[in-house]
Design a protein around this ligand. Structure first.
Ligand SMILES: Nc1ncnc2c1ncn2[C@@H]1O[C@H](COP(=O)(O)OP(=O)(O)O)[C@@H](O)[C@H]1O
Ligand SMILES: [Mg+2]
Length: 239
């Protein structure tokens, strides 16, 4: 029986990674996407991973979110070491503690905005009525109270990403991870989505880790980590 803590310990990091290495086997030999990255993120902290493409940002985020497993090293989410979990335990931990936002939104095309937001909570213990109320509240929070029954294809990109943000929040995670969440949006829409993410972080008290090559994201983060060749090249604290 695997136990999963429902809340991060108040004093501990929401997520901690220790000497993560990820090698992708290819015909030409292993690609070393990460070579020993360690980091920890405090509750409510905003961390930016920056650097141009190919630096290992997406690889690192996938490992942090438990969507992929490291070749070496370990990740602990809310004090739970991912190493000891099987796929079911990992899925449960992810659902409770991590909301993930993708560059390409990854909404289900055949589901309405409301259904998309409800989805991650549909397999949990809460009754549908309660899930629906929370989903509506979140869609209101992201400014889409009048778009509940629209399909993703009927919404512009910025609104699709707002739906994805509401979906990421449905299970009240302590951590939101975004992989280039503004990458498919025009500059102004991207700014608004960032404003929203930061406001939500403050309101809900969740930590935020965003990978980006947009310098404006780095400017608003508490801490900025620059990756190069799969390693931490630089770490800066913004104050
Ligand atoms: N599935 C994969 N198979 C082989 N190489 C990969 C795979 N995914 C990523 N890589 C390589 O790993 C390195 C880091 O990629 P990635 O994590 O996507 O960086 P970023 O998100 O910073 O662009 C790149 O050299 C990329 O080509
Ligand atoms: Mg990437």
């Amino acid at each position: 029986m695997q136990t999963v803590r429902s809340r991060p310990r108040a004093d501990g990091p929401v997520i901690a990674a220790e000497t993560l290495t990820r090698e992708y086997p290819t015909e030409a030999g292993p690609v070393r996407a990460l070579r020993g990255v360690s980091l920890a993120v405090k509750p409510g902290e905003f961390l930016c991973l920056q650097g141009p493409s190919g630096r290992g940002k997406s690889t690192l985020l996938s490992l942090l979110a438990g969507l992929d497993r490291p070749t070496r090293g370990r990740v602990a989410i809310a004090g739970n070491d991912l190493d000891g979990l099987d796929e079911t335990g990992l899925a449960l931990l992810r659902r409770r503690h991590v909301g993930f936002i993708f560059q390409s939104f990854n909404l289900i095309a055949s589901m309405t905005a409301l259904e998309n937001v409800e989805l991650p909570a549909r397999f949990g213990p809460a009754p549908l009525r309660q899930v629906r109320a929370r989903a509506k509240e979140l869609l209101r929070l992201v400014g889409l109270a009048d778009r509940l029954h629209h399909l993703p294809a009927q919404l512009p990109g910025g609104q699709r990403q707002r739906v994805a943000i509401a979906r990421a929040l449905i299970n009240r995670p302590g951590l939101i991870i975004g992989d280039e969440p503004t990458g498919n949006l025009d500059s102004e829409t991207g700014q608004k989505v960032l404003d929203l993410l930061d406001a939500i972080r403050r309101r809900e008290g969740c930590a935020l880790i965003l990978a980006t090559h947009d310098p404006r994201v780095a400017a608003r983060a508490d801490r900025v980590i620059t990756l190069q060749d799969g390693r931490i090249l630089r770490e800066e604290v913004n104050r």
